[in-house]
Design a protein around this ligand. Structure first.
Ligand code: RFL
Ligand code: PHB
Length: 393
């Protein structure tokens, strides 16, 4: 049996786990990352695309931001579209901040490369992961190419996403779960088509929500509201384009550029929080502890904000020998988590057709009217979308 000793054992090589590893490395704290999937899998998994300023800053700070600076698209606003008309929300003017459109799997590639350059251990393809000794002697058990391995550590960071084992290793009576499941999902596509706008367009339409995003000047990322269990078989490419064109249509004849669809998927939507985000020597971060619906583009950014706090708390514990910051981690992280939950729920309920009555539909339009015509309301959207400052919590 191979036993590896480290200070912080990290489960999961997603944005949370990899960024935490780099932040701790900069503080001189040793980590081992254990990931269930292959390197190829995590480096190509299509997911998020919008980075807040605070997330982009962290990537630069850990030496994984050069390619993002070169290839990421800086966006200074978004468009809200309803009743066939677009309205720009100017982030720069309202919040003094911008966002960067840069695919999550590119972030993962850059973080893995930075970790490799630092010579820090990362095990892919880990089998049968288990964690034990959370009260006093934490250990991560797994198999590596069939051989049993153990990581003996001071603390475990549970960064293994919503379907990981960290959260479910905590006794159920030690956690409170808050959950909201929405009666719709998103059908997302990647297409070789020039984005018809250089900024994201969030569209409220009576046929359902739609979103135009992008991955490069020649690749569009588009989403449309569908049933949570939508059957992709029912969506040949021509039907997808027809539906998207209908939802994005404006009174002055806007058309999306169409192109070959290279990827299609359906995502169900939920809001979820497990609290506290700690059980003795296990600390949860990112999707392992919480999920937001993707409408506010917040999942990855919330994971980054968690591990920023957690890295500071670990650094303080090793520097001072005290536990104060670790003891405060969950409450500090959860304050931001709930603010972001509120924003993500609000964006979602503002823009989707929720199966409500005619009153709800008119109320949504009144709220959209307010957001685009009241500077106070637009500022709130701009501040939340571009991200609450990391140091404010
Ligand atoms: P991840 O990315 O799920 O990473 C967890 C990692 O843990 C591994 N794992 C295990 N490893 C070892 N042992 C086990 N037993 C394990 N079980 C799991 C997994 O293989 C994985 O590699 O969680 P993390 O790091 O917390 O990061 C969270 C983000 O990935 C997530 O919140 C975002 O992708 C959400 N999201 C978006 N976030 C944004 O900030 N902006 C966006 O624009 C945005 N758009 C999106 C999104 C998520 C989407 N989907 C598919 C859910 C759009 C979509 C469609
Ligand atoms: C994306 O580009 O994948 C994306 C952008 C904005 C969102 C969600 C997803 O709100």
């Amino acid at each position: 049996m191979k036993v590896i000793r480290t200070q912080v054992g990290i489960l999961g090589a997603g944005p949370a786990g990899l960024l935490l590893g780099q932040l701790l490395h900069r503080q001189g704290i040793d980590t081992v990352v254990v990931e269930r999937q292959s390197r190829q899998h995590v480096e190509t998994r299509i997911r998020a695309g919008v980075l807040e300023q605070g997330t982009a800053d962290l990537l630069q700070r850990v030496g994984a931001g050069d390619r993002m600076l070169r290839e990421g698209l800086r966006h200074h606003g978004i468009e809200l579209r309803f009743l066939g008309q677009g309205h720009r929300i100017d982030f720069q003017e309202l919040a003094g901040r911008a966002v960067t459109v840069y695919a999550q799997h590119e972030v993962i590639r850059d973080l893995i490369a930075a970790r490799a350059a630092a010579g820090a251990p990362l095990f892919f393809d880990a089998g049968n992961t288990r964690i034990t000794g959370l009260e006093d002697e934490p250990r991560i058990h797994f198999t590596n190419a069939g051989a049993p391995c153990e990581i003996a550590c001071d603390y475990i960071a549970g960064c293994d996403g919503f379907h990981g084992i960290s959260r479910t290793s905590i006794p159920p009576d030690a956690l409170t779960i808050h959950e909201k499941v929405y009666p719709f999902g998103w059908l997302g596509i990647l297409a070789n088509a020039r984005p018809a706008s250089h900024e994201l367009i969030y569209t409220h339409h009576k046929r359902g929500f739609a979103l135009l995003s992008m991955r490069s000047p020649v690749v569009s990322r588009l989403y449309l509201q569908c049933a949570p269990d939508e059957d992709l078989e029912q969506w040949p490419d021509a039907r997808i384009w027809e539906e998207l064109q209908a939802r994005f249509a404006t009174r002055d004849g806007f058309r999306l550029e169409e192109g070959s669809i290279t990827q299609k998927g359906v995502t169900a939507m939920r809001s979820f929080v497990a609290e506290p985000m700690r059980y003795h020597r296990l600390f949860l971060a990112g999707d392992a502890a919480h999920i937001v619906p993707p409408t506010g583009a917040k999942g990855l950014n919330l994971a980054a904000a968690d591990v920023w706090l957690l890295s500071q708390a670990f650094a303080d514990a090793y520097r001072t020998g005290g536990q104060d910051q670790l003891d405060r981690y969950s409450a500090r992280a959860l304050r931001r988590v709930w603010r972001v939950q509120q924003f993500s729920w609000w964006m979602t309920s503002l823009l989707h057709q929720g199966g409500g009555d005619a009153f709800d539909g008119r109320r949504q339009l009144a709220e959209l009217d307010q957001v685009v015509n009241s500077r106070a309301a637009a500022t709130l959207l701009a501040q939340n979308y571009t991200g609450l400052p990391f140091d404010e919590f």
